[in-house]
Design a protein around this ligand. Structure first.
Ligand SMILES: Cc1cc2nc3c(=O)[nH]c(=O)nc-3n(C[C@H](O)[C@H](O)[C@H](O)COP(=O)(O)OP(=O)(O)OC[C@H]3O[C@@H](n4cnc5c(N)ncnc54)[C@H](O)[C@@H]3O)c2cc1C
Length: 664
């Protein structure tokens, strides 16, 4: 029945003020109002319809993406939306497009690496979308190892130009989003060569297509790299291939904030420090972490609502069957993901603060915390995107068979999200960078150099090596200091163990290669500690609203104790806790799940997602799942006719034993 809220009894059980939780989730009342207004705007506009997306062919899908991007830009101008509102609008449209790379990578690259004059020239054009840009770093043969890129930018002093060239097949740019069919310009990464000397990889602004007829400029071969994983999903994006044949660009199109090439062809470092690039990196990764909380919360919202609707077994004398959300196994799979969504939200919020802190320090020429900030954002990007990709897939399984239908929204969400584990740095490669930083920090402890930021806890080395948890009963695990100390001791001891083992090898590099799997685990332990500690810090703030803080305290404990349970081998083998304490943590966790249960629906309502944005029949706000699933099935193009196309050619001859005469 339309208009009936089938989840109302669940909502009535909530023990906290959902409206206040919505503000906490959004970050502030103002952020909530902007987000709520823009989400409704998109949901109510039929131009942003997306329910037929997974049945469209690639060309139709792509054209549909271009239409939405153009229409969105028109609305942004008509409604005079500010930068934040425009960003929200693009995200609620929920369809990856060339604009993501234009605003998310091209513009920040020019801002971060361009000189003042370059910014004055290029940014106004980009802001008005008079040029459209992409970010082209990866090549067919080279991704993670950026220093291995082969594209060359050779300075020609005769003409005051760079010659951009792809010397081999493997040097073709491969993957950049927006490149394949749309970008007019790109920030292209190439090896800078002056006077026969290779100065390593630098960024250049290169025009790729004519601004009149959109044809590639002379010397440029460009196209799309082909279909990607899943239906619709990232196939709305034109990830591209690009080959240069001695393409000339003026010297002033090298991004010269950090290093320059003079008119005479001399390579000079400017007085601006190289660390400046860290600022852009922290900004981009902060966005990725915040996107992780969004993607995971969407999946969790769908799985939680559907778990309250779905019933299996347990009927007695004609009573309804049991809601699957009441099964302890369902709770033990679902509620840690719910807690993770909140945890990632708060660590993302903290990263916004970190970005501002990094920017301020850069302005004051204080570079002391930069390597730590860099390592920490790399690690958090890796941790949150991996957990989110796995979490979305778990949510699909939590929805049983129906989760496999595109109309559940989960297959597309997974397909569109999972490359986040690879782009902006492969997650394992990033964790290895974190591990290098941790090993360096440990090695400097004896020299009196105090670790900073998220590694500051390592400064209490002696205590962390000796401390033993004093947990005696299950509820002791609810004390934040107890949890924090266990996570700190585990992370530190794992790092110290790796550092010790490294000394057994004849060269540090050989040791690093050999121990890389252990090093990755140490890095994960460190990153999990960061997320736990930022959740705990969040709870030290004043959080208004009936019951809101209590719910967050429960979720924080769920997040931490779930990790402790999952990785209890680490905690036990490093001697941070005893087997008895590990089982007390598990006992406490079970009790926490029972406390989450009555609030589960309200906790996902607090994400404030419209049905349009969720794009899921299973996750509908009103819980009216079955009639809508039934309706949705009939909309499939296969059901346009009762007898399918192909029956007369292929099925009938088989049934009638006439295949021998059939023309196949
Ligand atoms: C959807 C999507 C969009 C993208 N958009 C862009 C874009 O806009 N612009 C752009 O320039 N690029 C883009 N990329 C490319 C992306 O940045 C690269 O794919 C990424 O950096 C990983 O590099 P790779 O593909 O070379 O992987 P590889 O580095 O080849 O990784 C392959 C395997 O080797 C492992 N590995 C690699 N190095 C090490 C090591 N040192 N130690 C241990 N293991 C290692 C990895 O963990 C992985 O398992 C995009 C990619 C995708 C999937």
């Amino acid at each position: 029945m339309e208009g009936v809220d089938y989840l109302a009894p669940e909502r009535n059980n909530a023990q906290f003020d959902v409206d206040e939780m919505k503000i906490v989730w959004a970050g502030s009342r103002e952020a909530f109002e902007v987000s709520d207004r823009i989400a409704r705007l998109v949901a109510s506009d039929p131009n942003f319809r997306k329910d037929d997306r997974t049945t469209l062919g690639r060309k139709e899908l792509f054209k549909n993406t271009l239409r939405k991007a153009a229409y969105a830009w028109k609305r942004i101008i008509e409604l005079r939306l500010n930068e934040e509102e425009a960003k929200r609008l693009r995200s609620f449209i929920d369809q990856p497009a060339f604009t993501d790379l234009h605003w998310g990578m091209f513009v920040p690259a020019i801002k971060g690496q361009g000189t003042d004059e370059q910014q004055e020239k290029w940014l106004p054009l980009a802001y008005k979308m008079q040029i459209i840009g992409c970010y082209a770093q990866t090549e067919l043969g080279h991704g993670s190892n950026v220093q291995g890129l082969e594209t060359t930018a050779t300075f020609d002093p005769q003409t005051d130009e760079f010659v951009i060239h792809s010397p081999t097949l493997t040097s073709c740019k491969w993957w950049p989003g927006g490149l394949g069919k749309i970008s007019t310009h790109g920030v292209i990464y190439a090896r800078l060569i002056t006077d026969g000397k290779d100065h390593g990889v630098h960024g250049f602004i290169v025009q790729l297509r004519s601004l009149d007829d959109h044809l590639p400029l002379p010397g440029i071969t460009v196209g799309d790299i082909g279909m990607k994983f899943g239906n619709a999903a990232y196939n709305t994006m034109d990830n591209g291939v690009l080959r240069f044949d001695h393409v000339r660009i003026p010297r002033n199109q090298m991004l010269m904030r950090v290093s320059q090439v003079t008119r005479e062809g001399k390579y000079v470092q400017s007085n601006v420090p190289r660390q400046l690039v860290y600022g852009t990196m922290v900004f981009v990764r902060q966005t990725i972490v915040s996107d992780a909380s969004t993607a995971l919360s969407r999946a969790v919202c769908i799985a939680t609502r559907y778990s309250a609707v779905r019933r299996q077994f347990g009927s007695h004398n004609g009573s309804p069957e049991t809601q699957v959300i009441n099964y302890k196994t369902q709770q033990a799979r679902l509620f840690p993901l719910l807690a993770s969504a909140y945890a990632f939200r708060f660590v993302g919020e903290w990263l916004k603060w970190l970005y501002m802190d990094v920017t301020k320090r850069l302005e004051a020429k204080d570079f002391s915390t930069l390597p730590e900030a860099h390592a920490c954002t790399a690690g958090l990007k890796s941790l949150t995107t991996s957990a989110t990709a796995d979490g979305i897939e778990e949510c699909r399984k939590l929805c049983g068979g129906h989760g496999y239908l595109c109309s559940s929204g989960l297959p597309e969400l997974f397909a569109v999200y999972v490359p986040a584990c690879t782009y902006e740095g492969d997650n394992i490669v990033l964790l290895l960078q974190v591990a290098r930083h941790l090993m360096k920090t440990v090695s400097q402890l004896g020299s009196g150099k105090m670790p900073v930021g998220t590694t500051a806890y390592m400064g209490r080395a002696e205590h962390l090596m000796q401390c033993r948890s004093d947990v005696k009963q299950a509820k002791d695990w609810l004390r934040p200091n107890v949890v924090l100390e266990a996570f700190e001791a585990r992370a530190f001891r794992m790092s110290v163990a790796c550092a010790k083992n490294l000394t057994k090898f004849s060269s540090p590099e050989e040791g690093f290669q050999e121990l890389s799997a252990d090093l990755v685990e140490a890095a994960v332990a460190h990153c999990q500690l960061i997320v736990v500690s930022k959740f705990i810090e969040k709870l030290q703030q004043d959080i208004p609203g009936k019951g809101v803080k209590q719910q967050l305290e429960i979720l924080c404990s769920v997040y931490a104790l779930f990790l402790l349970h999952k990785h209890h081998g680490d905690f036990l083998s490093t001697g941070c806790i005893t087997p008895t304490q590990a089982s007390l943590a598990n006992e406490q966790l079970r009790s926490l799940y029972s406390q989450v249960r009555p609030n589960a629906i309200a906790l996902v309502d607090a994400f404030n997602y419209t049905d349009h944005y969720l794009g899921s029949v299973l996750g509908r706000y009103d819980g009216n799942v079955y009639p809508k699933l039934y309706e949705e099935a009939w909309k499939d193009p296969l059901n346009d006719s009762v007898v399918p196309d192909g029956y007369h050619e292929y099925v009938r001859p088989m049934l009638k034993q006439q295949l021998r005469n059939a023309r196949l």
